[in-house]
Design a protein around this ligand. Structure first.
Ligand code: CMC
Length: 389
């Protein structure tokens, strides 16, 4: 009953109230639980930020230690999961494998979490943080045909990620602290972004009281698309194409402006940010620093800078408020860190996981009703059945 308004893409519709992330698109402000993204990226660790997003306050030293230890406790993944990985071809996209494996975790953890029980929720959250990280890296090991690694319980979360990805079957492994630092920052910048496509999906799926793994798995699928998280892979492929083509950025700019051409400048534009994306600013600086520190010279970075400058001076982009977004420079860092292009969106997923968990938890704790939008029917009126056979 009542008037139904149609708002495709939910451009002007809110789906919930939330205390997690504040975003002001006009001013380019992003805050997690009241803390500025600039401060958090500079001063906090990814696990600290994860705790903040999920539980609402920064952890004390003891709380952080407990959180880390509990994640470690849950870091073993059932050996039978390997049979499922074995069933995929090596060429499968890591995001498809990640979504399937996350869903498969429900088979090994079938008990529904009692969201009213704080301890059960805490265990489920730590379990998700641990196992998701491990299987995310397994998608890479699978694509390379390498043996699967296990979480290193003597290391921190991000360092453990590095060894899960890159450790050889024998010998010691020490992650480069410059890389660990850069990744920590990238994960923080991706950790939450209020009601974006994947997060809304997680809340929507969870609103039917489906479990956390099932909801997160749906989030992974939503994130995969090139208009959302998949943009980071698409950006790098675009920059590589421009490079191969001789570096003519103007040609690609013209294509992006041509309304008869479906090509879009990947890494540009945002549904909410209409002045600049504060995350892009931090990442641009980090990209330059990481490449300098690691001594990597990458022509792709020059093309990115040239393209950004040209677009920012172009009337088409200016009049539509199209600015570089978080994905424009992240791929350049991932590339310098030795992470293959088709793993970029998986990196985004690892970073976004605490945001998904926090939003799922909030949605359940607020006892939100099942998500069920209405529609306006535009099909046939009643028709008499006459077979077309
Ligand atoms: N290149 C060329 N034109 C663009 C672009 C672009 N990247 N983005 C938007 N436009 C144009 C669009 O054609 C439209 O023009 P007109 O008014 O003449 O029809 C106008 O700008 C408004 O665009 P829109 O598609 O209505 O805006 P939206 O809010 O629905 O879409 C977006 C936002 C992010 C999907 C879009 O800007 C886009 O496709 N960007 C490229 C993909 C990308 O980088 N995505 C990552 C987003 S940030 C990270 C994340 O959320 O995962």
């Amino acid at each position: 009953t009542g008037v139904i308004t149609i708002d495709p893409g939910y451009k002007n519709s809110g789906s919930c109230t939330s205390e997690i992330t504040f975003l002001d698109g006009e001013e380019g402000i992003l805050r997690y639980r009241g803390y500025s993204i600039e401060d958090l990226a500079e001063k906090a660790s990814f696990l600290e930020v994860s705790y903040l997003l999920i539980f609402g306050e920064l952890p004390t030293a003891a709380q952080l230690e407990d959180f880390e230890n509990n994640i470690r406790k849950h870091s073993l993944v059932n050996e039978e999961m390997k049979n499922i990985i074995d069933g995929f071809p090596k060429t499968a996209h890591p995001m498809g494998v990640l979504s399937a494996l996350t869903s498969a975790l429900t088979a090994f953890n079938p008990k529904a979490v009692n969201v009213d029980n704080e301890k059960e929720m805490y265990e489920a959250i730590c379990k998700t943080m641990a196992k998701f990280l491990v299987i995310a890296t397994w998608t890479y090991r699978k694509s390379m045909g390498y043996p699967l690694n296990y979480y290193d319980n003597t290391k921190g979360y991000v360092e453990s990620f590095m060894q899960l990805m890159f450790k050889l079957p024998t010998g010691p492994y020490a992650a480069n602290p410059v890389i660990v630092n850069a990744l920590d920052k990238l994960f923080i910048l991706h950790a939450d972004h209020e009601q974006n496509c994947s997060t809304s999906t997680v809340r929507m799926v969870g609103s039917s009281h489906a479990g956390l793994f099932a909801s997160v798995s749906a989030g992974v699928s939503a994130l995969w698309g090139p208009l959302h998280g998949g943009a980071n892979q698409a950006v790098l492929e675009m920059l590589e194409e421009i490079n191969k083509d001789g570096g003519d950025t103007d040609k690609f700019l013209a294509k992006a402006k041509d309304k008869n051409d479906s090509f879009r400048l990947m890494g540009f534009g945002h549904r909410v940010y209409k002045n600049f994306d504060p995350r892009a600013k931090i990442i641009k600086k980090a990209a330059t620093e990481v490449l300098e520190t690691l001594g990597v010279e990458d022509p792709i970075l020059d093309i990115a800078r040239k393209l950004e400058k040209a677009a920012l001076e172009d009337e088409y982009f200016k009049s539509r408020n199209l600015y570089p977004n978080v994905d424009f420079y992240s791929g350049i860092i991932y590339r310098a860190l030795g992470i293959p292009t088709d793993m970029f969106t998986v990196m985004f997923a690892i970073g976004r996981l605490p945001g998904w968990i926090a939003q799922w938890k909030e949605m359940r704790e607020n006892k939100e009703p099942i998500g069920r939008p209405r529609q306006i029917y535009t099909g046939h009126p009643l028709r008499e059945f006459k077979s077309n056979k």
